[in-house]
Design a protein. Structure first.
Length: 274
């Protein structure tokens, strides 16, 4: 169980349960995620609607039928270790629509966790699901719904940005060419589109990954330090796009960074410590 205290004296409680358990009205055992906020009651769970009874801090019981925002990515029992170092042991979470900050210091496992969520790094144990598509059972279908580009990867260095982006159109059914065109213009990528990626600066390569991320239309997008090596104008554009993404009801963004970008509204924070 994780606990966070919000202003106003209400507590945020997250209950993790077995994902295959059917909902049973009035039982906290069936709640995957429960949030109590200062303004009243807000519940988060994979189930769309259920009546529930909540015991509040003041000792009152309130019965209410709630419309619930379903988690887009569910992680259950994730385990992973490097030789001599365990990073995740029976770790579970639910990623909701909007922006989730994955915070932590150097070497705490931020990039490793993104690779695990993307399915490019095999976990030792655990289950990952996006829209009820399980990575272990349907790996290709799962990866169609998760965008991840390794910022420091040289795997695509022989390709031009045009060729790399063309390769994504067949992978992501929701790929948006208009969004891509707007980002090529907004990030000043036009002069670099026909150069091989190994010829681009670190900042320009990161712009290519960001253009791909926003255009992909993927249900879950994983970004590793998205503002690193960017110029001021590009940072402003990416911030504006993430502000819009915070309100998107059908896409989730996990942003790995040392601290929360100022002014962005977050759906959740995953803190891996320093």
């Amino acid at each position: 169980m994780r606990e966070t205290v919000h202003s106003g004296g209400w507590r945020l409680l997250l209950y993790s349960v077995i994902p295959h358990s059917p909902p049973q009205c009035g039982s906290l055992r069936t709640i995957s995620w429960l949030r109590i906020v200062a303004a009243g009651i807000e519940s988060e769970s994979p189930f769309l609607q259920w009546p529930h009874i909540l015991h509040m801090k003041q000792g009152r019981h309130i019965k209410q039928t709630t419309t619930i925002t379903p988690a887009l990515l569910q992680v259950q029992g994730l385990c992973f270790r490097y030789p001599g170092r365990e990073l995740f042991a029976d770790w579970s979470t639910a990623i909701l629509p909007g922006l989730t900050l994955l915070r932590g210091g150097d070497g705490c496992g931020k990039t490793t966790l993104l690779r695990l969520l993307a399915g490019t790094l095999p976990a030792d144990a655990g289950q990952l699901r996006v829209h009820d598509v399980c990575l272990q059972e349907q790996p290709a279908a799962y990866r169609q719904q998760v965008f991840w580009a390794e910022p420091r990867s040289a795997d695509f260095d022989h390709l031009t940005p045009v060729e790399y982006l063309e390769s994504l159109r067949g992978r992501y059914p929701g790929f948006d060419d208009q969004v891509l065109a707007d980002l090529v213009d907004g990030l000043a990528l036009a002069p670099h589109m026909n150069k091989q990626l190994h010829m681009l600066s670190a900042g320009s390569k990161r712009k290519v990954w960001l253009a791909a991320a926003f255009a992909s239309g993927a249900a879950v997008t994983l970004l590793d330090e998205p503002f690193a090596a960017l110029d001021k104008a590009s940072i402003g554009l990416v911030m504006a796009l993430l502000e819009e993404a915070a309100d998107h009801p059908g896409r989730a963004w996990v942003i790995a960074d040392y601290e929360a970008p100022a002014g962005l509204r977050l759906a959740d924070v995953i803190d891996l410590g320093d």
